[in-house]
Design a protein around this ligand. Structure first.
Ligand SMILES: CC(C)(COP(=O)(O)OP(=O)(O)OC[C@H]1O[C@@H](n2cnc3c(N)ncnc32)[C@H](O)[C@@H]1OP(=O)(O)O)[C@@H](O)C(=O)NCCC(=O)NCCS
Length: 216
């Protein structure tokens, strides 16, 4: 073994579609993403995330952000794992597309989550990166379902889910900043996926399949 990617295969995973690339997040990428997140992902009067990780002073966010990403690496096991991939658009790191799951070998499902720096939103990137992630999950990592959840007031996330083919399959009640907030729950099967117009190239998936315990 000669690199950290040899040790943790997620760091060598890469998915490209046109000028968009999703790939493993290095420590240097964590620094760039933490700074981007501190510049703003949403207006301060809104909270799109079920875990309100952006509700910290901007000067504390980069360390909190790094600790979260280190934790997902440290805790990665076939029993429960989070796969977070950085999103590059024309070579610029613009956000994160992830999926989290537990008992995956049996359940074959996971919840997608994503964010883009505010300056990169509203240009169609959120739709394409979710489509590309779903191609990776369904066609290379053995998923038979993906799910998502978005607060009822998160029009952009709900629109992305709708465009990618997810169907609404219920609601859940959350506490958000001391108030009740309804989360719309969504699910997608492989035959419902609206694929991206671009062809998707994947490298490094076989070693990730070994890591998550998928043999078929
Ligand atoms: C959710 C997010 C990843 C979507 O990415 P994006 O690049 O902004 O989305 P897109 O440009 O691909 O837009 C997808 C659709 O949402 C619509 N949309 C975007 N912002 C909207 C808004 N504020 N109100 C209504 N519709 C909106 C777009 O019009 C588009 O639909 P259309 O093509 O039919 O017009 C991004 O907005 C984001 O990071 N938001 C903050 C974090 C967040 O909410 N994460 C998800 C938590 S569940």
């Amino acid at each position: 073994m000669t690199s950290i990617g040899d040790v943790f295969a997620v760091l060598d995973l890469s998915v490209t579609a046109g000028d968009l690339e999703l790939r493993g997040i290095s420590d240097d990428d964590i620094v760039t993403l933490g700074a981007l997140a501190a510049q703003g992902i949403h207006s301060p009067d809104r909270m799109p995330f079920s875990f309100p990780w952006t509700d910290v002073p901007p000067d504390e966010l980069p360390l909190n952000f790094a600790q979260y990403h280190w934790r997902t690496r440290a805790d990665f096991s076939p029993a429960a794992w989070v796969l977070n991939l950085g999103v590059w658009s024309r070579g610029e790191l613009v956000g994160v597309q992830g999926v989290q799951t537990s008992n995956f070998v049996v359940r074959r499902t996971g919840e997608t989550g994503s964010w883009l720096g505010a300056v990169h939103q509203g240009r169609g990137l959120g739709t394409v990166m979710r489509q590309v992630m779903c191609v990776l999950l369904f066609e290379h990592l053995g998923f038979t379902e993906v799910t998502s959840g978005a607060f009822a007031d998160n029009a952009a996330s709900l629109a992305v889910s709708r465009k990618v083919g997810y169907r609404v399959n219920g609601t859940e009640r959350y506490e958000r900043r001391g108030e009740l907030a309804e989360m719309t729950m969504l699910a997608l099967n492989p035959d419902e996926l609206v694929r991206p117009d671009l062809s998707v190239e994947v490298s490094g998936a076989e070693r990730v399949r070994q890591l998550i315990g998928v043999s078929d």
